[in-house]
Design a protein around this ligand. Structure first.
Ligand code: ADP
Ligand code: MG
Length: 234
């Protein structure tokens, strides 16, 4: 009693309720990209989202990741509606609870591998000894202990994605979102990168949503849904 810590008893970490998204374009009618999309994922669950190019996969992932807001409907992350937070709090919430992996690694070329992994802490202005130790342990876990002082240009494509995964996981996020994470990799590198992503997600019990064209990657995930004409179908 008197304790303000809110406990989310049902373990559901990510909920989208009737999410729709339209973009205004030069045409008279707005472009409806997502129409009443709903989904719910609990701790440790993962999901593949497939679908043709232009079907709205990245749009959905951006909304789940609070980078873009829905036109209609709501998103809840561990019981919080992020779109009700004022912008500075939303940015802090995002950097604390959500990890992103993109098709292009989005690493900063001028920073070392270690510095890149520490970037999510910089939003809060702290990357001290404890955080550096954490980053070093994680780099060891992703097989890059001996690359921490390399720059991204000195790594292979698969190694860069491993750094991107380490950066996404460094704050132990509740939600891990990956948009075509293996899209630029050859098949055997793609296999090892996707296995690493899933292993780390399972160890941390985060929710993982992966957008992919690869049926091999999709097959490794617990659930698969297809985005078609704005709707998620089995
Ligand atoms: P996918 O990732 O499945 O290839 P996207 O989510 O990137 O698809 O895009 C879905 C559709 O929404 C596309 O037709 C795209 O042109 C359109 N779209 C995406 N973002 C915007 C935007 N900011 N403004 C207008 N249209 C957009
Ligand atoms: Mg896309």
């Amino acid at each position: 009693m008197g304790c303000n810590v809110r406990h989310n008893m049902d373990m559901t970490l990510l909920v989208a309720k009737e999410v729709s998204k339209s973009f205004t374009t030069a045409a008279e009618v707005p472009l409806a990209v997502l129409v009443n999309v709903s989904l719910a994922l609990s701790r440790g669950e993962n999901l593949a989202i497939m679908g043709p190019s232009g079907s709205g996969k990245s749009t959905l992932l951006s909304i789940l990741g609070t980078l873009d807001s829905p036109s209609e409907g709501t998103v809840e992350i561990d019981g919080v509606n992020p779109f009700e937070l004022p912008e500075p709090e939303l940015a802090a919430f995002r950097s604390q609870h959500i990890g992103f992996v993109f098709q292009d690694h989005h690493l900063l070329p001028q920073c070392t591998v270690l510095e890149n992994v520490l970037i999510p802490f910089l939003a809060d202005g702290k990357a001290g000894g404890e955080e550096v130790g954490q980053a070093e342990r994680l780099l060891k876990r992703v097989g890059l202990a001996d690359r921490s002082l390399h720059r991204p240009a000195q790594l292979s494509g698969g190694e860069r994605q491993r750094v991107a995964i380490a950066r996404a996981m460094i704050r132990n996020p509740k939600i891990l979102l990956a948009d075509e994470p293996t899209g630029n990799l050859d098949q055997s590198t793609a296999d090892s990168v996707s296995e690493l992503l899933i292993e780390l997600q399972q160890e941390s019990a985060a929710v993982l949503v992966v957008v992919t064209h690869s049926s091999l990657l999709a097959a490794k995930l617990q659930r698969r849904l297809v985005l078609e004409q704005g709707q998620l179908v089995a």
